[in-house]
Every structure is written in structure tokens, then in C-alpha cells.
Design a protein around this ligand. Structure first.
Ligand code: OGA
Ligand code: MN
Length: 283
């Protein structure tokens, strides 16, 4: 790159959405694809939980290229090729994973089956839902930080068993044994309730994959999991994005939870997702 090109890069333009979560990025697609804002965008992402790029209108290849400016692209499909992933509850469009995506209607972190969860997801809108279908994001750093000192002390060293099969019951209360066992084969993982990041910050690790708090009475365990989820997803820590065609959002998967809000699975809602490889294990 010539010195002239380098110095002509405009400043990153952004504005906060709510005091504790969300920032809108206002630069053009061409400016963003340049890649020169990566460090600033990564910093904002960690501070603000979710970044919104209104009507940025990235094509699939552009979204992949932009994702790669921010970190290591995490392939999702079979064959490990770099491609976008279709996100829809419509079984006709997504026969292999529409079923699994039903869990995305409940607050969750992507990839609690991995010691190193993905760093971030980038989701863009091709077709919005006919009704509903916002994406909600909550800031689990801010939610932790705002807890009273006694609560922080109480939960500091607790661990939670996470299992995708726990979230099955949210939308299918009476699954067949075969289906339950199929979900159980996906695996489970014990994770800290409070993630002590290398940066020194702490965030809550919760979501619909939380089965129980290890070594805690089951009634108390349910109170902790659901009470903290209610706290972390309360108004002050959450942002709900109402989609227009061409919008893109990025959530920091290490310091937020997110969910799709209810929509008609047959309405044609179609989102495109790319992911960034994780850089830090739960700890
Ligand atoms: C996801 C997800 C939410 C949505 O892609 O991981 O949870 O609104 N999506 O589709
Ligand atoms: Mn998700």
C-alpha cells in the first residue's frame, strides 16, 4: 500500500446506541473493506458488546473479506472451506441445521461445547422476518460489573455444566429418547460461571445450555442460573436489533449472550453468518 493510500483512510465514525451496550459504525463499505480499522473495531467490540453496521449491504464474499480483516476466519461448513453460513429456521432452506437453530431463540453463547469459544459472530440480513425476528444481545461484562459485591463473592468460583441437550427442553418438552440421546452425543462441558479474562475483566457465562451449577443444591442452582440470566438480560444491559435488509451486526461472543426473537419459521427470514476463531479459553 502506498503512503498516499494509507494517509487517505478516513477516521472510524461511530456513535453509542445505549449507555452500556451497542455502537453504530457509520463508515462506508469501501472504507471498512480497507481493513485499516481492525484494531479500533476490535477494541470497540470488546467495550460495547455489539456493533451495528446499518445497511452496509456486504455481499457474501465481502462479508468474508471483512471478517478476515478482524482476525482468523472460522469455517463452519463441511470441508472447512471459507464460506458464509445460512441462518434460518426454515427447514426447506436449511435442512441440516434448522432444528438445531431452534435453541437460538433463547439467550445463549455460541460454542459452549468448546474450551475456546469463537471470538465473534457477524450476522447480516438478506430477508427480514415478516414479524418479530429481532436479534437481542446483552452485555455480560456490564452485567457482572454491576452486581453487588456479595453476589460477586458468592459466585466467584462456581462452575456450571453446559450441555446442548439442556436447551432441547426449552422448545421440545417431551422429546423422544432417541432425540435426547442424539443431542447428548453432541457432548457437554463444565465451564466457570465467571470468566476471568486475560485482560483482567470478568463476564458471566450463562445461557440456555446451562444445566446446573456443580456441587450446589438443585433448587439453589436453578435460582442462580435463572436469576443471573434475568439480571444479565434486563433492559439496561440489552439491545434488540430490528433488521433492515443489508444490516450487519457483530457480537463479542466472549462478553455477551444473544438470541433471535420469535418469528414465523416459514416467513423466509434469511441471515448470513461468518465467525471469528476464538483466541482465549474459558477460564
Ligand atoms: C446465531 C444466532 C440469532 C438470530 O447465528 O448464532 O444465534 O437472530 N442467531 O438469527
Ligand atoms: Mn447463536
Amino acid at each position: 500500500m502506498s503512503a498516499a493510500t494509507k494517509t487517505s483512510l478516513a477516521a472510524l465514525r461511530h456513535e453509542p446506541i445505549k449507555p452500556l451496550i451497542g455502537t453504530r459504525i457509520l463508515n462506508s463499505k469501501e472504507e471498512l473493506l480497507h481493513g485499516g480499522y481492525a484494531a479500533e473495531i476490535r477494541e470497540l467490540l470488546e467495550q460495547r458488546g455489539v456493533l451495528v453496521f446499518p445497511k452496509i449491504n456486504f455481499t457474501g464474499p465481502e462479508q468474508i473479506a471483512f471478517t478476515k480483516t478482524l482476525g482468523t476466519f472460522a469455517p463452519e461448513g463441511y470441508g472447512n472451506t471459507d464460506d458464509v453460513t445460512k441462518i434460518t429456521l426454515d427447514v426447506k432452506e436449511n435442512p441440516s441445521s434448522a432444528e438445531y437453530l431452534k435453541g437460538s431463540l433463547y439467550w445463549h453463547i455460541d460454542g459452549t461445547r468448546n474450551d475456546v469459544p469463537i471470538l465473534a459472530s457477524l450476522l447480516s440480513c438478506k430477508v427480514p422476518a415478516s414479524w418479530g425476528g429481532n436479534t437481542g444481545v446483552c452485555n455480560t461484562y456490564a452485567a457482572y460489573e454491576a452486581l453487588p459485591a456479595e453476589k460477586k463473592a458468592e459466585i466467584e468460583n462456581l462452575r456450571v455444566l453446559h450441555a446442548p441437550w439442556a436447551s432441547l427442553f426449552y422448545y421440545e418438552p417431551e422429546p423422544s429418547l432417541a432425540k435426547l440421546q442424539g443431542f447428548q452425543r453432541v457432548g457437554e462441558l463444565e465451564l466457570p460461571l465467571v470468566w476471568k479474562h486475560k485482560s483482567g475483566r470478568k463476564s458471566l457465562v450463562l445461557g440456555c445450555t446451562s444445566h446446573h451449577v456443580v456441587g450446589v443444591d438443585h433448587t439453589k442452582s436453578a435460582e442462580l442460573i435463572h436469576g443471573l440470566r434475568e439480571w444479565a438480560t434486563s433492559e439496561q444491559f440489552t439491545y434488540s436489533h430490528e433488521w433492515s435488509v443489508g444490516d450487519m451486526i457483530i457480537w463479542d461472543n466472549t462478553g455477551t449472550m444473544h438470541r433471535a426473537e420469535t418469528y414465523d419459521p416459514a416467513c423466509g427470514r434469511m441471515m448470513i453468518r461468518t465467525k471469528l476463531e476464538g483466541e482465549e479459553p474459558f477460564a
